[in-house]
Design a protein around this ligand. Structure first.
Ligand code: NDP
Ligand code: 8X3
Length: 249
């Protein structure tokens, strides 16, 4: 079976996507910064699903880490790259924000995705097989208050997906931008810096699960080769727009 490479596989959507792909018998190369979590998931998936599962601890912001990954694992037949590693930091307005938060978001969500794509796309083109799935967001389609820089980073993911599609026209390589609304993962805890505050984000409503997004990714990947799902927006039923959720209490 071909290999899928997932960034941000230590939690949330990335870990759920690893699980969903393992069920479909993909061999997996899992990456993120937290090695202990990757090791645990990798061990479980390989024994449970009888697949090959390897992991590498890396920071997608560091081109040297990405280059090392490509040098060591580039020869594998990686047919699917899920550019999932990403985050939001803070909810401050632009005039009050910590500029370190901007660096983290821009370096991870935009530059990390670009480094990974640049490192693994040429081999896909040589083999004539490949699919890149980017994790954008509804924040990459609609801007909201106190989210300008995170939104800008996800608008960039959308532009990069469209640009890649154009650059790859005439090749069999597919590119997909998945754009979820509210998904309950570690995302809000990372953004707000507190588990308690994160819980309030989903209070009284039913958000998407990481598994919902993972199954959507698998669906896109399993379309026939002549079908490219270019962008896909998915909201929870309880959310009609950013900042507009139906809450029961
Ligand atoms: P989580 O916080 O649960 O997971 C984020 C993952 O990204 C973790 O595995 C983390 O691993 C990894 N990561 C973060 N920074 C780096 C880095 N510098 N290098 C390598 N890995 C990194 O969040 P989600 O699963 O929710 O988020 C996944 C993607 O989905 C993100 O791109 C996010 O923007 C997007 N998204 C999320 C939504 C939501 O509501 N949750 C909605 C729309 C989009 P580690 O810390 O171990 O490095
Ligand atoms: C995450 C969704 O609405 O919190 O990308 O920005 S939102």
């Amino acid at each position: 079976m071909a290999w899928a490479l997932i960034t941000g596989a230590s939690a949330g959507i990335g870990a759920a996507t690893a699980e969903a792909l393992a069920e479909k018998k993909w061999d997996l190369l899992l990456t993120a910064r937290r090695e202990d979590r990757l090791a645990h998931l990798s061990q479980r998936l390989s024994s449970q699903h009888k697949i090959k599962c390897e992991h590498v601890a890396l920071d997608v912001r560091l081109k040297s880490d990405v280059d090392r990954l490509a040098a060591e694992h580039g020869p594998k037949s990686i047919e699917l790259l899920v550019n999932n590693a990403g985050l939001a930091k803070g909810i401050d307005k632009v005039f009050a924000a910590d500029t370190d938060d901007w660096d983290v978001m821009i370096d991870t969500n935009i530059k990390g995705l670009l480094y990974m794509t640049r490192a693994f796309l040429p081999a896909m083109m040589e083999r004539g097989r490949g699919h890149i799935v980017n994790l954008g967001s509804v924040a990459g389609r609609w801007t909201y208050p106190s989210g300008a820089v995170y939104c800008a980073s996800k608008f960039a993911v959308r532009a990069l997906t469209e640009g890649l599609r154009m650059d790859l026209l005439g090749t069999p390589i597919r590119v997909t931008n998945i754009e979820p609304g509210m998904v309950e993962t570690e995302f809000s805890e990372v953004r707000l810096g507190s588990r308690e505050r994160a819980k309030t984000v989903y209070k009284g409503m039913q958000p998407l699960t990481a598994r919902d997004v993972a199954e959507t990714i698998v669906w896109c990947v399993e379309r026939p080769p002549h079908v490219n799902i270019q962008e896909l927006v998915l909201f929870p039923t309880d959310q009609a727009a950013i900042g507009m959720a139906h809450r029961r209490d």
